[in-house]
Design a protein around this ligand. Structure first.
Ligand SMILES: Nc1ncnc2c1ncn2[C@@H]1O[C@H](COP(=O)(O)OP(=O)(O)OP(=O)(O)O)[C@@H](O)[C@H]1O
Ligand SMILES: [Mg+2]
Length: 329
């Protein structure tokens, strides 16, 4: 098994020649980390004339090797990129897939250039522009429309990744003992979270929403449609990292998007703008959509997958109240 390691450039070059991801005569000028990530090993390879990205998944989380994760997850990501390549509207907004190595769990992707993601929104200093939001909504329009299935099947089921996400969305945040001391995130957060962990009404809704998340659906979803998956490039917004993709309910992608607009304190007019520009908004099930919005808000405040959110406790408490209302509506 080839293990990607930026500190072993010779072995890396030999591997890339063998894969034919580097041509004869091409030499590596630099190997670097293109940006922050937790789950996988992602590197930028530069030669004298071009650059590309390689991404390897392993049986654990790159940043926390003690945490196990599905080893082949990047192959599902590769399969997603392969699938969307036929839909121009979607492909234009994502990197092109350059290669897949199913033996070593690696993919090669077009380099979108040095770019920041939109996690700066969590500083709460700036808001997303309408023009940018329109690109983000149009990506969902293209993705959800272009790959609609009439009969559900097992394509891109991504079962293991969904099981992992399920725990983080619907279980851990609502457990009293989950190994996470929220006071280490922010003093006082644990006490604010406690009522939600003991909330039997929420537990009932979590079971229902959780099984909807795990159910098969007709629409191809990105599965992790939040600011960390959006890159600000010179050619507009690009979307990356569909490792949590699956065929499911559109309400999930839309719910995650709207949750992060709430988490980054966008006004109701921004939410309305999304609703107006998403082609099938009226077809969505409001109860399910609100539930997914609420769950995503909650798990990002009281769950394990924390964000660099610069928000005071009172505002977090208010958002939790709001999220609970959405879930119980
Ligand atoms: N095709 C690309 N072009 C340019 N930069 C990229 C590309 N793919 C990834 N990056 C950069 O590398 C970072 C990590 O990539 P990615 O999000 O795919 O990894 P990950 O391990 O799945 O991350 P996470 O733990 O957030 O899920 C991105 O935030 C981005 O900055
Ligand atoms: Mg990822």
């Amino acid at each position: 098994m080839f293990i990607l390691n930026a500190k072993e450039p010779k072995e890396l070059a030999a591997y890339l020649y063998q894969q034919k991801w580097l041509q004869d005569g091409e030499t590596i000028v630099s190997v670097s980390k293109p940006g922050e990530g937790n789950m996988n090993c992602v590197l930028r390879i530069e030669t004298a004339t071009r650059s590309f990205i390689i991404k390897q998944s392993r049986g654990y989380v790159e940043k926390y090797p003690q945490v196990l994760a599905p080893a082949k997850r990047v192959l599902t990501e590769g399969a997603f990129y392969k699938k969307i390549a036929i839909a121009n509207k979607v492909q234009q907004i994502m990197p092109t897939l350059l290669g897949v190595d199913a033996v070593n769990n690696l993919i090669a992707l077009e380099d979108l250039g040095n770019s920041n993601d939109y996690t700066v929104l969590y500083d709460l200093k700036e808001k997303i522009q309408e023009k940018e939001l329109l690109q983000l909504v149009n990506y969902l329009n293209g993705l959800h429309q272009s790959f609609q299935k009439t009969v559900v099947d097992d394509e891109l089921a991504n079962t293991e990744m969904r099981a992992l996400n399920y725990e983080h969305l619907f279980e851990y945040p609502f457990k009293v003992e989950n190994g996470c001391d929220l006071d280490l995130v922010q003093a006082g957060l644990q006490a604010i979270a406690m009522p939600y962990k003991k909330d039997s009404e929420i537990k009932v809704k979590m079971e229902r929403l959780g099984s909807l998340y795990l159910s098969k659906g007709n629409y191809l979803l990105h599965g992790d449609y939040y600011p960390g998956s959006w890159l600000k490039t010179t050619e507009g917004i690009k979307v990356i990292d569909p490792e949590f993709c699956f065929y499911g309910l559109r309400e999930f992608d839309m719910g995650v998007l709207l949750a992060h607009l709430y988490l980054t304190q966008h006004p109701e007019s921004t939410i309305a703008f999304v609703a107006e520009n998403y082609h099938s908004f009226d077809e969505l099930n409001t109860t399910i959509l609100n539930g997914f919005i609420g769950v995503e808000i909650m798990r990002r405040i009281i769950g394990l997958a924390q964000l660099p959110l610069k928000m005071d406790l009172k505002t977090k408490a208010d958002l939790l109240t709001f999220a609970r209302e959405l879930i119980l509506k």
